[in-house]
Design a protein around this ligand. Structure first.
Ligand SMILES: Nc1ncnc2c1ncn2[C@@H]1O[C@H](COP(=O)(O)OP(=O)(O)OP(=O)(O)O)[C@@H](O)[C@H]1O
Length: 685
């Protein structure tokens, strides 16, 4: 260790220091080569000498007995019994290797009768990745014992190849803490009151003598150097001790119970502040908050992607479990961890365990244009106690995924009020007669129905042409009934206001020229994107929505037409009713529409009307389910007069039967005139 990391011991401070045996109990254990086997783990194991490169160790012929804690489902003797049997070693070893692999121990080509140093699957050898898992395979190759010698882990166990894989595996999963908790005293640790230099060191960090004394911050000498000793106490009793030198190196007493620093200060507290280091805990006290504790082990690099482990397996956060009864009483926990990535990861890990609903978080003030202060002590040093107090007082609720406040949407509400996008109250259909009834809002679902041949597809096509003309909207078309070329014709006629052909329906109107066709083709390609199933099979709604999503992202389409519903594949699981299926399908469509701000027109046919009187059908007549009307934002029925005696045959009734959003329209009927030559719909003067 670099001596400059220590606070140099001045001659003015007491120098009584016992050099004779200091190594055995003074130096932090992790500074030793600490691969000594506790003698009680392998009682018959002769002294081991590990090869530095691979940790492979030969033992004497006598097989060390497995570790004393009982994991085996079969009695130990069986190992010995089997050693005498003439059994197929290779098969047995294979079985054992498989078993170990299941447990997570990769024993590679480990041979019986030897001890190997491997990576511990539980702790991965800590930050240095050391191979500290000692694995011993018995001579007969049927049993293995292991022990991780990292103080923080201590995982150990044993298994037999011939034991039932499942049961043994399960028992192996129950991690057994083998560490004996060491009892420590200030005397044994040779802790001393802080010296003048250290009071000065803390004073520079704005931590007062009173705070240091109240928190029993002490010092410990290492020859002519001193380290700060933060004493971890519970009900005044010393539980752990963490040391810090000037170069911010930390170490702690091994084999002690992990608890929060300052635990007694939160006894019975309703509000608890959790910080990331002892200095921050002391800084909080300077700002007037004693109800603060620090985590003992700093922050993880990132949030774990795994599910929350059980209490026994939650080794890294064991300190929380050990302080459970203190934290349980808190109704508000302010997570004032560092503002950097690991600090935020720590806050998330704490919130996961403590319950997000009672957690709050702080925002550290700005240091300059690019940076924020990192932690409580920095704020105290540079901004003073009042600012630090302000930070805690303005803590905000810790976000919970899926739970929001209108506060999270204020800018969106403002933009809505000011109609920043221009589409907030809906886009005009282009027909005056419909302006009060139906306007097209991005992200909504319009269900269109009408008896066969009423002109549903024609009207939607005409609407798309209008929306393109007025707002430049683009569309994805999933119109399975239409041949591409016919659909192109219908759209081009509306756009060019001329018939495509020079035949009957065109009457005497001149057909569009080749030049106009060229212009029209470019317009078609720029405006519409086709979703089509090239083979015979029917597309599923999910398939359509996936392609529509691609059309939104790739071409920026503003609308999707699905025409008609019954041309999709509607196979559903046998236990699902049609109603359930339709409900689920419409939910997917609406989610797509909202997520991509894309309007969806969905054409659905009414069920067979036995005694159709010629009147427009009802939205409830749509075959399949009442969900069509329940779930859509807008419901429109297209109806046309087919009785010359009842009125003009080109009269089309657009029945707006449902408008969820009053901003965009209301229920009512509009009448348009259909131009059979060009397929246009026009307002009636
Ligand atoms: N008001 C109208 N007057 C005369 N013909 C019309 C009128 N509206 C639509 N048509 C014609 O009816 C035919 C069918 O139109 P369209 O395909 O739009 O109807 P639809 O309601 O979608 O039919 P389907 O339910 O069979 O899909 C087209 O040839 C179209 O020109």
């Amino acid at each position: 260790m670099n001596s400059t990391h220590f606070i140099h011991f001045k001659s003015t401070t007491p120098t009584s220091f016992n050099h004779s045996n200091h190594k055995s109990n003074l130096y932090p254990s992790n500074y030793f080569i600490s691969f000594g086997h506790p003698s009680n783990l392998f009682p018959k194991l002769p002294s081991l000498s590990f090869k530095s490169c691979d940790f492979s160790v030969s033992t004497r012929a006598s097989i060390p007995r497995p570790v004393s804690e009982v994991y085996l489902e079969k009695p130990d003797e069986k190992i010995g019994d089997k050693a005498d049997d003439k059994i197929d070693d290779t098969a047995q070893l294979k079985l054992l290797r498989l078993k170990l692999k299941e447990i997570g121990i990769d024993c590679g080509s480990c041979r019986p009768g030897q001890t190997y140093g491997l990576h511990c699957p539980m702790c991965n050898g800590g930050s240095t990745g050391e191979k500290k898992l000692a694995l011993f395979i018995s001579d007969d190759g049927n049993a293995a014992t292991w022990n991780c010698f990292r103080a923080k882990c201590g995982w150990k166990g044993k298994t037999q190849g011939s034991a039932g894989v499942k049961s043994t595996y399960n028992s192996m999963n129950k991690l057994t803490k083998v560490k004996k908790i060491k009892e420590i005293t200030e005397r044994e640790l040779k802790l001393e009151p802080l010296c003048h230099d250290l009071f000065e060191y803390f004073a520079e960090r704005m931590i007062s003598k009173e705070t240091l004394l109240r928190n029993s911050v002490m010092q410990r000498r290492y020859e002519n150097k001193i380290a700060i000793a933060f004493t971890y106490r519970r009900k005044g009793e010393l539980i752990n001790c963490k040391y810090r030198d000037l170069a911010k190196h930390f170490w702690q007493e091994s084999d002690t119970e992990k608890i929060l620093y300052g635990l007694d200060d939160i006894d019975g507290a309703r509000d608890v502040i959790i910080v990331e280091g002892e200095m921050d805990k002391l800084a909080m006290e300077e700002a007037g908050f004693r109800n603060c504790v620090s985590v003992p082990d700093g922050a993880p690099k990132k949030v774990s992607s795994k599910d929350l482990p059980s209490q026994e397996e939650d080794i890294k956060y064991q300190y929380l479990w050990n302080c459970k009864e203190y934290l349980e009483k808190a109704s508000r926990i302010i997570l004032a961890t560092d503002g950097d990535g690991p600090g935020q990861a720590l806050a998330e890990e704490l919130a996961r365990r403590l319950g997000r609903e009672r957690c709050w978080r702080v925002t550290w003030p700005r240091k300059n244009d690019n940076e924020h202060f990192k932690d409580a002590n920095e704020v105290l040093m540079f901004m003073g106690p009042a600012v630090l107090r302000g930070v805690i007082e303005s803590a905000e609720l810790y976000p919970i995924k899926g739970l929001f406040s209108f506060k999270n949407y204020l800018s969106e509400i403002d933009a809505y009020y000011h109609q920043t996008l221009g589409t907030e109250i809906g886009v005009s259909t282009g027909w005056r007669a419909m302006d009060d009834l139906y306007n097209v809002v991005p992200g909504e679902l319009t269900v269109v129905t009408g008896v066969p041949n009423s002109g549903k597809s024609e009207w939607i096509d005409a609407l798309l042409c209008n929306l393109n003309q007025s707002n430049g909207w683009k569309f994805a078309l999933c119109s399975m009934e239409n041949k591409v070329r016919e659909h192109a014709r219908k759209l081009l006629e509306k756009r060019m206001k001329k018939p495509f052909f020079n035949v009957r329906y065109g009457q005497s109107v001149e057909r569009m020229s080749e030049e106009e066709l060229e212009v029209g083709k470019k317009w078609l390609s720029d405006t519409f994107h086709l979703i089509r199933c090239e083979n015979d099979c029917l597309p599923s709604i999910n398939w359509v929505l996936t392609l529509a999503k691609a059309a939104v992202l790739r071409h920026g389409v503003n609308g999707l037409v699905i025409d008609p519903y019954n041309e999709l594949d509607h196979q559903r699981p046998p236990n699902q009713t049609e109603t359930e299926y339709v409900s689920q399908m419409l939910t997917s469509i609406k989610r797509f529409a909202q997520h991509h701000s894309c309007h969806v027109w969905f054409v659905a046919h009414p069920k067979q009307l036995q005694q159709w009187t010629g009147k427009p059908p009802n939205l409830y007549d749509i075959s399949g389910s009442a969900h069509f009307i329940n779930k859509c934002d807008n419901g429109i029925v297209i109806h046309r007069n087919r009785d010359p005696e009842a009125g003009a045959l080109d009269l089309v009734q657009i029945c707006v039967r449902k408008v969820r959003n009053k901003v965009s329209g209301t229920i009512g009927d509009a009448f348009l005139q259909y131009n059979r030559v060009t397929g246009e719909y026009m307002d009636i003067n």
